[in-house]
Design a protein around this ligand. Sequence first.
Ligand code: BES
Ligand code: MN
Ligand code: ZN
Length: 494
Amino acid sequence: MKFNLDSFDATHQNTDCIIVGIFEQMKLTSAAKQIDKISKNYLTNLLKQGDFEGKIGKTLFLHQVPHVTSPRVLLVGCGPEASLNARDYRRVLLSSIKALTTLKIKDATSFLTEIAVTDHELPWKVKQAAMITAEAMYSFDQYKSKKEPKSTLRELNLWASKDKACEIALNQAICINEGVEFTKNLANTPSNICTPTYLAAEAKKLGQDYKNLTVKVLDEKAMAELGMGALLAVTKGSAQPAKLICLEYKGTTKKQAPIALVGKGVTFDTGGISLKPADAMVGMKYDMCGAATVLGTIKAAAELKLPLHLVGVIAAVENMPGGSASKPEDIVTTLSGQTVEIMNTDAEGRLILCDALTYVERYNPSAVIDIATLTGAVVIALGQHATGLISNHEPLAHALLTAGTETHDRAWQLPLWDDYQEQLKSPFADMSNVGGRPAGAITAGCFLSRFTKKFHWAHLDVAGTAAMMMGGNDRYATGRPVPLLMQYLINQSS
Ligand code: BES
Ligand code: MN
Ligand code: ZN
């Protein structure tokens, strides 16, 4: 997709379609007014007939509107005439692109960027438009022998003033789109192909694509020598070897303590000996979304040439039952030296992450953010709209929450109170890997917090947001929280 910015004229565009907003009660946006004027009230008459009410997200194609050079005009409903909120604005954008892709349209000019959005300026609107366009056009048909017809849309003009801030915002969006797409593709790839070894190979490919990105992969032997007893306990039942994938991006020559991203890369989570029921297992190919997010974010950061020092550490394993699998009540020693009684082999994410988190200590990071599809409990607490955030450092939590709001890839903070730590007691080891049903998302965070005492740390539980399981065939990766993390990194770099 190619995006262009300019202060285009709605009546003199040669693109296949122009997109203009219409409010309810026959109120026209300014581009619609221009079209109405040159076409001698064509739009007003149409609205008077009641053919288009302007309800949010509704669309109507008009063809050969008199005196308008573009052969099609797409009307998009924008709701009551008032400043739109971010959510409604995103719905308007999404429906406009979805409509475009139903026809053979190569290029279009959107005037939706001129509509007022509460608390947001033009660069934000440009960024959202570019990001939502990519989202609307994404498809994953690599494993279909008959490909579904691809959208013909190749070029989108966005109305904007010739302003440096808009160009910067657009460039950021284009790079974030690349990261999001990369993350979605990896996440959607099934676990018979996307194994820990495959993730390691994908990381290495990224290392070849960007000259200031180095990638190192530790195998099980190396992890055993280090003493990663918790991570290795998870992989024991699997025929697929585990990998610890370490990436380092140096976007600046300045000596700078790195920001570290740590990803949960369970390429399939059967639950292990604490086997999941069949219905609960569907979707567990997405249990590597944390890992895919780390790779997608680092790719986007490298594309954008962010002047930052970044580290990515991915714990990649498959969680399987088997003759050599870990069993409930097994006790393992973590890389930190603390012991854990594995009361449920399905709480495997925290077991691999605790060792990966101890491992990142060696980079002396200024901040560590882990990303994990960690608990079903966070889906019960927050649903599919917000990522669960837990942190031991309030400024870091705040910076991530702000970045989430800015990109509309939102997170919501849960408390890390000592009161919850009690639930992790074990009679035989330093701790249990589960804390019972109450506050399951928080006790998972409490578990991780015992391995993050030496640095500023935040945990993003993306079990509800990284992939959508809407029942039946409606299953897909979202690429979240790449936009949140990229916005955080952009904010850190300026
Ligand atoms: N990968 C799951 C969490 C998950 C559940 C992600 C649903 C996406 C959708 C995780 O490994 C898990 O199994 N968690 C258990 C923890 C429990 C045993 C303490 C859970 O949430 O049930
Ligand atoms: Mn599990
Ligand atoms: Zn899992």
